[in-house]
Design a protein around this ligand. Structure first.
Ligand code: SF4
Ligand code: SF4
Length: 378
């Protein structure tokens, strides 16, 4: 039994019934998630079976040099919340933010779980690893972040780095990087590390990645910087509802001008969407209430490696980016706008939207823009 979850012996069916979730709704959730993951609805029964296995996979969640924003983002996911997921479907054996206990007792719980579940547990990591000054900038229970991560990584069946800090060090690694911060994949070299990129990342992407591992026994396919392709396979610019304004040359020049009130394109006030791969327009935040560009703020490229150095100044314009033809634009926008309707259908619509995006993206020409934008800070 997970020491964090006193109800861990309850079956998932019993738990869903207690929460008023019908078998049909559960299967619909599995179907939608299969589409999000790009594997097709035919795998929904396989996923349902994997999530209902009585033997819950143990999860160890390390928090290293970070601000806890990623944990907050992950816990606010929906349908089901990752909080539900980790507490109901998996056995969360260690997490600083969620544990009621502290001190030697929880450190013992961590080691007990690593020993008992060697080679079987999922390791989630938020935060960077500071290497400067022998790692003194993050010490937990008398041990450096590097030591803790190396030990936990040895017995992990899968390693999932959550957030920009765990991905590449994020703000701590921005020049001049005083703590010598690096990402998880810079320390764990003997097994694949999946990076759920973003500052913060989208919690639903973490959910989908964990469920992919539970269902198929392996992590999803990734891009060259370790991000799962099902979520990071398309550029923000190619999914953006303001893309029609970009193509029509309709730009916001100041945040309070008439164009801003009309919701036109934010490219001239610094939007890095043309150089950023992320599912933000599809998944969104806060039970899919909104997302940065939807709220009128330019994308700052937070899912891209070293964006604090490469995407700054955040309100500076990228070098010119070529436009697409009207046909592709209509297709892309049709897929993007198809997801926006009501909360009740958003899960399915988002799933469909992501799948459509992936299909469309394979057929679209590449934007003639730089891979990185902005003027680096000196
Ligand atoms: S530049 Fe930004 S706001 Fe404009 S269409 Fe591209 S992603 Fe959307
Ligand atoms: S819109 Fe851009 S900066 Fe904002 S969360 Fe998404 S990827 Fe990050």
């Amino acid at each position: 039994m997970s020491f964090l979850n006193p109800l861990a012996d309850e079956s998932l069916d019993e738990r869903l019934a207690r929460q008023g979730v019908s078998r049909r709704e559960f299967m619909e959730y599995c179907s939608a998630l299969c589409v999000v993951l790009g594997v097709g609805k035919k795998f929904a029964p396989t996923m349902a079976k994997a999530l209902q296995t009585p033997q819950r996979p143990p999860v160890i969640w390390l928090q290293l040099q970070e601000c806890t924003g990623c944990v907050e983002s992950v816990l606010r996911t929906a349908e089901p919340t990752v909080g539900d997921l980790v507490l109901d479907v998996i056995s969360l054996d260690y997490s600083h933010a969620l544990m009621a206990g502290a001190g030697h007792a929880v450190e013992k719980a961590l080691h007990d779980s690593m020993t008992a579940n060697a080679g079987k547990y999922v390791l989630l990591v938020t935060g960077s690893v500071p290497l400067a000054e022998n790692g003194v900038y993050t010490v937990i229970g008398g041990r450096t972040a590097k030591d803790i991560l190396e030990e936990a990584g040895k017995g992990a069946a899968a390693v999932i780095a959550v957030g920009a800090c765990a991905h590449f060090g994020s703000v701590q690694a921005a020049r001049p990087n005083p703590t010598g911060a690096v990402g998880v994949a810079d320390i764990i070299k003997d097994k694949p590390v999946v990076n759920i990129a973003g500052c913060p990342p989208i919690g639903d992407v973490v959910t989908a990645t964990v469920v992919h591992f539970l269902t198929f026994g392996r992590l999803p396919d990734v891009d060259p910087v370790g991000r799962p392709l099902f979520a990071y396979g398309a550029r923000i610019h190619d999914q953006c509802p303001r893309r029609a304004n970009f193509d029509a040359g309709q730009f916001v020049e100041k945040f309070d001008d008439e164009a801003a009130r009309k919701g036109w394109c934010l490219y001239h006030v610094g939007c890095k969407g043309p150089a950023t791969f992320s599912p933000c327009p599809i998944f969104q935040w806060n039970t899919r209430t909104s997302w940065p560009i939807g709220a009128g703020h330019p994308c700052i490229g937070c899912t891209e490696p070293h964006f604090w150095d490469t995407m700054t100044p955040f309100y500076g314009r990228l070098p010119d980016v070529g436009g697409f033809g009207i046909e592709e634009r209509v297709d892309v926008l049709g897929a993007a706008l198809a997801i926006g309707a009501t909360a009740g259908v958003v899960a399915h619509a988002a799933a469909t939207g992501v799948h459509q995006m992936r299909e469309k993206n394979r057929q679209l020409p590449v934007v003639d823009g730089p891979s990185q934008g902005g003027t680096p800070n000196k």
